[in-house]
Ligand binder design. Structure first.
Ligand SMILES: [Zn+2]
Ligand SMILES: [Zn+2]
Length: 346
């Protein structure tokens, strides 16, 4: 058998007939064994831990975005794992980055626009299946109870099917039901070395909408959710290492709205121009950087996600060296024994 395999693989290389050979069941079976073994090996290795405060971009897009997942940021320390929002496509990125969903402790919602809550249940399901030992709690401003009660009701049958199929020992029914906790601005909890502070963001007419600051062993990160820049932003970023902020490219959005109007798409034109008043423009964020002592600013929840390098350059106009555009699967590492910020691009 071994000889046959060697001969076949040699043929693939020498003859260059890889495509044709892949039609053969025996070759497919070899590929299948190797592929599944590699996947299983990767899964068994688990998440590579580090002592740093780590930030993973599970979703960098806004509703005006293609090819990237909607808003989702993961905050991970050796003892903690929280998600901020869970927009469409974010669960896939969580899985691709191998984040330790079995120890997910909570989802912090900034507000209840669909691009921030679309995959709450997928996140819940993924961590339930991974073996999370207690119910997942979703934190958020007033209204989180209504959202989560609705999610729990919508997926009641799904939970029954899952437990019925795999058994209560594997999927205990009580661990599939989301819990919720309404939070108010201020320190919402201190969990060991991690302090999480909610602050009011400006995203009218949504009230309240919040952002979150995480402080861990002297390192800190602020995640805005959707917001304009205002005095609260300036206050919360004071002394922060990293700010991930909702960002809107005014030249792009203005041009898009105008083009849609010219093309007779008046509804779309108005909707696009409406978003300008409740997302932070890149200029306002650059100004924030000048007024504050935040070390690095990463734009996320990009309005819109740039589709090519020209649009990317438009988005980056005037950006200082300590600013960057976040993208899905990017991560930041903030070691606790120095003031470095390591950026890992996908
Ligand atoms: Zn949004
Ligand atoms: Zn929003």
């Amino acid at each position: 058998m071994k000889k046959v395999i060697i001969v076949i693989l040699t043929l693939v290389v020498v003859v260059g007939g890889g495509r044709a050979l892949l039609k053969l069941p025996v070759v497919q079976d070899i590929a299948l064994d190797r592929g599944t073994a590699a996947i299983a090996q990767r899964a068994s290795e688990g998440f590579s831990e580090s002592n740093s405060l780590r930030i993973f971009v599970c979703g960098s897009a806004s509703p005006l975005g293609m090819g990237q997942a909607q808003a989702c940021i993961a905050i991970v320390t050796p003892e903690h794992f929280y998600l901020i929002d869970s927009g469409a496509g974010s669960t896939d990125n969580i899985n691709r980055m191998g984040l330790p969903t079995e120890r997910l402790q909570g989802v912090l919602l900034t507000h209840f626009h669909s691009d921030h809550i679309a995959e709450i249940y997928e996140v819940n399901l993924g961590s339930w299946v991974s073996g999370r030992p207690s119910p997942l709690t979703v934190f958020g401003p007033t209204g989180v109870d209504e959202v989560i009660d609705g999610v729990n009701a919508s997926y009641r049958l799904d939970r029954i099917y899952r437990t019925g199929h795999h058994g209560e020992a594997l999927l205990a029914p009580e661990l599939g039901v989301l819990a919720h906790k309404t939070i108010a601005p201020g320190v919402i909890f201190e969990d060991g070395d991690l302090k999480i502070t909610a602050y009011v963001s400006e995203h009218p007419p949504i009230e309240p909408a919040v952002g979150y600051r995480f402080d861990y062993k002297g390192r800190s990160v602020v995640v805005s959710g959707d917001s304009n820049v205002n005095g609260d932003t300036l206050e919360i970023v004071d002394g922060a290492d990293l700010l991930l902020h909702d960002a809107l490219s005014l030249p792009t959005v203005t041009a898009l709205s105008k083009a849609m109007g010219t093309a007779g798409l008046s509804r779309q034109s108005k909707i696009v121009s409406d978003v300008i008043d409740y997302h932070a423009s890149t200029d306002s964020l650059i100004e924030l950087g000048e007024q504050s002592n935040v070390d690095m600013v990463a734009f996320y929840h990009l309005v819109p996600v740039p589709l090519n390098t020209v649009l990317e350059d438009v988005f980056k106009r005037g950006m200082p060296d300590n600013f960057l555009l976040a993208e899905d699967l990017m991560s930041f590492e903030l070691p606790i024994d120095n003031d470095e910020i390591v950026v890992n691009s996908p």
